[in-house]
Design a protein around this ligand. Structure first.
Ligand SMILES: Cc1cc2nc3c(=O)[nH]c(=O)nc-3n(C[C@H](O)[C@H](O)[C@H](O)COP(=O)(O)O)c2cc1C
Length: 173
């Protein structure tokens, strides 16, 4: 699939078939995250692959009851290892770069998953402390996103986007 087809075709999927994910596919998806750019190549990314049903249920609870999370055979909790970036870039590294880096990794993973025929949804609405507790995240490991991955059981329509001419500015705002 052409990169532009992948970018345009990907949708947030919130219904999943129970079919397992091929291990080789999962590795490709995680590796797409690993290959994302990061500030100063500090690579703050940490990926927790959750298949355990009890932990999945805890994640649902921590994510405002978004039960579709637990429908997916695999749920990846994407974390920022903050000090990897803040050691070099201080406050800006801790507050901005490591979040941007993990966001870039998440998008790479969503696109890779779609290209391989899987559905995903970027889940950001959750109680960070509760998620950190469920995955036993040590101090300084900040959960920034949760991605359920599975074969899609729905084909959502593209939601509207603001037109390019409303957001593109020439030279100055
Ligand atoms: C930072 C971020 C947080 C999000 N959090 C949630 C979430 O908690 N639950 C959810 O169902 N979708 C969540 N989404 C998905 C958006 O709702 C979705 O991307 C948007 O509606 C556009 O739809 P599309 O992904 O199909 O293009 C989130 C997306 C982003 C980028």
């Amino acid at each position: 699939m052409d990169v532009f087809d992948v970018i345009k075709g990907r949708r947030s999927v919130r219904r999943f078939k129970p079919d397992p994910i091929e291990e080789s596919d999962l590795e490709k998806i995680l590796d797409a995250g690993r290959n994302a750019p990061s500030a100063g190549n500090c690579q703050p990314l940490e990926l927790i692959v959750v298949r355990n049903e009890k932990i999945k249920r805890q994640l649902v609870k921590s994510a405002l009851g978004q039960s579709f999370l637990a429908e997916a055979p695999v749920v990846v909790v994407v974390c920022a290892n903050v000090s990897r970036t803040s050691n070099r870039y201080g406050k800006r590294g801790a507050e901005l770069y490591c979040i941007q880096d993990t966001a870039a990794a998440i998008q790479n993973m969503l696109l890779a998953a779609y290209a391989l025929g899987y559905g995903t949804c970027w889940v950001g609405a959750f109680d960070e402390e509760a998620v950190a507790k469920s995955i036993k995240a040590p101090e300084g490991i900040r959960p920034v996103g949760i991605i359920p991955i599975g074969r899609p059981a729905e084909k959502p329509k593209a939601p509207p986007r603001i037109s390019l001419n409303e957001i593109v500015h020439e030279n100055t705002f």
